[in-house]
Ligand binder design. Structure first.
Ligand code: URA
Length: 426
């Protein structure tokens, strides 16, 4: 007989109390074993969302989620290890150029990534548009690639924080994703279990992000930085703007193509700026503050690592990427400036075009997505293309047009540019 019951744990939190260490350890372990039912965990997640958690509870909850599975041992990797995690945004393909770039500068980047759900894209979905590329590696393949190439992006294995895997799927369908204690413990349990020595967090703020306000994003970032420190993972967070999509491409294959442009020394200014800002933070956290990531982009070293990394997982970096059968161009109805482009509306449009999935089991379209022809601050004349919608199936276009209808706001005056990196939290 257990000393606890799920109902008592739920009642404690429902009534605003703090859960004891023993209650937390028990509820996470029992849920992972299937002894606490999904409906009980849903009720507890909702109580946590409404009542919050103390920092001691969050720390214990995270430790219990790590303990629910294995912890990878990266001690055979001779380079310092450093990873990046983004809380998710629209057009956020930064992992693709950043991972080989940081590896080209001397660190090893163990990047365990996920698939997209809802309006935010997933790194694995994007990379799977490269013919032959394989997301699933064994733990031994993962460690060997990290040792040999210094860069690996792959799916997190089932053995890593299994409590989070179950709980995240439950939160997704019970309206409990947005709780800061649950987001922080979910992200940090996976990153700590992955074995990285240092971590840089890109905490997104704005319409396209989970955190809509700087205050909430700051609280999430502070919670995660403290959890990292408590587990000896040097952790730094940047709060970055997600009110506008990143770059010009929002989709799968088109985001790979844009990432390759950055690795070739070009690409959109915002993608290059954020990639370099995160690379500098990662290299400093890894103990390599003198490395020069801008030079590694210019001289092709980052591109060389990208090609080797893609080939190591079966992908052909030279193979043509999928193209869409249907393209609809949306044009400006007057002269002016682009004042803003709403990230959430564009993310939803890309999702309706087929770039994202509604249920975990759905397949995504490689070619679908939105291409922005103008970015905030750009001047436009009536009739100029603002953006285009791409789909495999033309029947998807009307719904996407509806989602994107008010996304681009035009003004008579040039807008004041908003900073991309809002704040640094260490
Ligand atoms: N990403 C995660 O891994 N977990 C969350 O809870 C939210 C975003």
């Amino acid at each position: 007989m257990s000393a606890f019951t799920a109902v008592d744990v739920i009642r404690t939190k429902r009534d605003g109390g703090a859960l004891s260490d023993a209650q937390i350890d028990w509820v996470i372990a029992a849920y992972t074993r299937g002894e606490v039912a999904d409906e009980q965990m849903s009720a507890l997640a909702m109580a946590i969302l409404l009542r919050g958690m103390t920092s001691a509870e969050i720390a214990r909850w995270t430790a219990a989620m790590i303990a629910s599975g294995e912890r990878l041992d990266l001690s055979s990797v001779s380079r310092p290890t450093v990873d990046k995690h983004s809380t998710g945004g629209v057009g956020d393909k930064i992992t693709l150029p950043l991972t080989p770039l940081v590896a080209a500068c001397g660190a090893a980047v163990p990047q365990l990534s996920g698939r997209g759900l809802g309006h935010t894209g997933g790194t694995l979905d994007k990379l799977e548009s490269i013919p032959g590329w394989r997301a699933v590696l064994s733990n031994d393949e993962f460690t060997a690639q990290l040792r040999d190439i210094g860069a690996v992006i792959c799916a997190a294995g089932a053995g890593l924080a299994p409590a989070d895997r179950k709980l995240y799927a439950l939160r997704d369908v019970t309206g409990t994703v947005e709780a800061i204690p649950l987001i922080a413990s979910s992200i940090m349990s996976k990153k700590i279990a992955e074995g990285t020595g240092a971590l840089v967090l890109d905490v997104k703020v704005g319409s396209g992000a989970f955190m809509k306000s700087v205050e909430h994003a700051r609280e999430l970032a502070r919670t995660m930085v403290d959890l990292g420190a408590a587990h000896d993972v040097r952790t730094v967070a940047l709060l970055t703007d997600m009110s506008t999509p990143l770059g010009h491409a929002i989709g799968n294959a088109i985001e790979v193509a844009e990432s390759v442009e950055v690795l070739a020394g070009g690409g959109p200014a915002d993608i290059v700026e954020l990639t370099l800002a995160l690379a500098r933070e990662m290299l400093t956290a890894a103990g390599l503050p003198d490395a020069d990531p801008a030079a590694a982009l210019r001289d092709g070293r980052a591109m060389d690592v990208w090609r080797t990394m893609i080939r190591a997982q079966g992908g052909d970096p030279d193979a043509p990427l999928a193209t869409a059968a249907e393209v609809e161009v949306v044009r400006a109805d007057r002269d002016g400036f682009v004042a803003g482009i709403d990230a959430l509306s564009i993310g939803l449009a890309a999702w309706r075009l087929g770039a994202g999935r509604a249920r975990k089991e759905d397949a995504v379209s490689e070619a679908a997505g939105v291409v922005l022809h103008r970015k905030p601050g750009d001047p436009v004349r009536a009739g100029d293309p603002l953006y285009e919608l791409r789909a495999d199936d033309g029947k998807r276009i009307p719904d996407a047009l509806e989602a994107a209808r008010d996304a681009v706001v035009l003004s008579e005056q040039a807008p004041v540019p908003a900073p991309l990196v809002i704040e640094r939290i260490a």
